[in-house]
Design a protein around this ligand. Structure first.
Ligand code: SF4
Length: 350
């Protein structure tokens, strides 16, 4: 299999191009075609001489993930099921809000972290995504958006991004590279369930990126039940890592808190959140639980949500209430891929 163009940095590509006897400016032209003009067909790159095109064709793949299925919500959220070369399926979601568009992407096929509220967890971990499979989602999303701009990017789809650390770092570097996706660091958020050693690594990497932590419970026993990662990395250790991340970067931490009725919305939960996050410069995103069939949890109603939000507001952190987007299209990550695995959804390819 040919290596993929997106897996390389422009510096690496220019070295290979010049080593093969072509002028270095050919590399710049190639990047302009692919990233400024959105063209991946070598035949359409009219100012590139045929011998160079033939060489690129022989050395790099420019293939993108295939769109297998698209579900569109009444709120405009679009969920894509994407097929990879080995026939694995992953999901990405485009979420519009006014003239902004956020893309939620996957970092692994499945996930090993087994969070009890998550549809992806039931798939288990199949494999890590390569950088080009991560970046391919963004390239594809831009194509899908046409004239509209992709404004924000969140690693919040299938998989734990910090469990695919090396490929995540390559992807983020290429995402931010001027010649490639030129994405601003403050528009990229990596969301983790709390893989403490890798939070330290990310903080020390020098890479600018925002961090979100899927908190969901701050009462230790409850979080252990909901998120087994807590057994390896307890909340106190997570907090120390977050304070270090905050020290090394200029960005506030975001906590994601999925509200589950009769589970994590009581007074003990509020106290625990205050204790855990009260002295961290942070933002808390409250997200109503998106029902997933076969999981034993319940969505809160509007009153439950409002009561919880008001009580939590006494905390100094900025509280945002995130609407459940795309709840009519099974937008909870992993639902569509799970059905695909069981041959329960028709594919666009069929
Ligand atoms: S919530 Fe994230 S880390 Fe947890 S199982 Fe799901 S995909 Fe993995």
């Amino acid at each position: 299999m040919k290596p993929h163009f997106f897996d390389y940095t422009p510096d690496q590509v220019v070295k290979e191009i010049t080593a093969a006897g072509f002028k270095s400016y050919r590399s710049k032209q190639l990047y302009q075609w692919v990233f400024s003009r959105g063209i991946t067909q070598l035949a359409d790159m009219s100012n590139l001489p045929q011998p160079f095109r033939t060489w690129v064709q022989a050395h790099y793949s420019l293939e993108l993930p295939r769109i297998l299925h698209i579900s569109t919500s009444i709120d405009g959220t679009r969920k894509y099921l994407l097929g990879l070369q080995d026939n694995s399926a992953i999901e990405m979601v485009i979420i519009p809000a006014g003239d902004k568009h956020t893309l939620c992407i996957s970092s692994q096929v499945g996930c090993a972290r087994n969070c009890q509220f998550c549809a992806t967890a039931s798939l288990g971990l199949k494999r890590n995504l390569h950088p080009h499979e991560i970046l391919g989602q963004i390239y594809l999303a831009r194509q899908q958006l046409g004239d509209k701009r992709l404004t924000n990017l969140v690693f919040m789809g299938m998989g734990e991004p910090l469990d695919n650390y090396d490929n995540l770092i390559i992807s983020i570097r290429n995402l931010q590279h001027e010649a490639m996706f030129a994405f601003s660091p403050r528009r990229i958020t990596v969301s983790t369930c709390g893989v403490v050693p890798k939070i330290y690594d990310l903080a020390a990497s020098g890479l600018k990126v925002k961090l979100a932590v899927s908190l969901n419970a701050a009462v230790p026993g409850k979080r252990e039940k909901l998120m087994p990662v807590t057994l390896s990395y307890p909340l106190e250790e997570l907090k120390k890592a977050l304070l270090e991340f905050r020290r090394q970067t200029s960005y506030r931490i975001t906590f994601e808190y999925v509200m589950i009725k009769n589970f994590n919305m009581g007074n003990d939960d509020l106290k625990a959140i205050r204790r855990f996050a009260g002295d961290i410069s942070c933002k808390i995103n409250l997200i109503p639980w998106n029902e997933v069939p076969h999981l034993p949890y319940t969505s809160p109603n509007a009153d439950d949500i409002e009561t919880f939000r008001k009580k939590l507001e006494r905390l100094s952190a900025a509280i945002t209430l995130r609407k459940s987007r795309g709840s009519d299209i099974e937008a909870a990550c992993g639902q569509l891929a799970g059905k695909y695995q069981q041959n329960k959804i028709p594919s666009l390819e069929e």
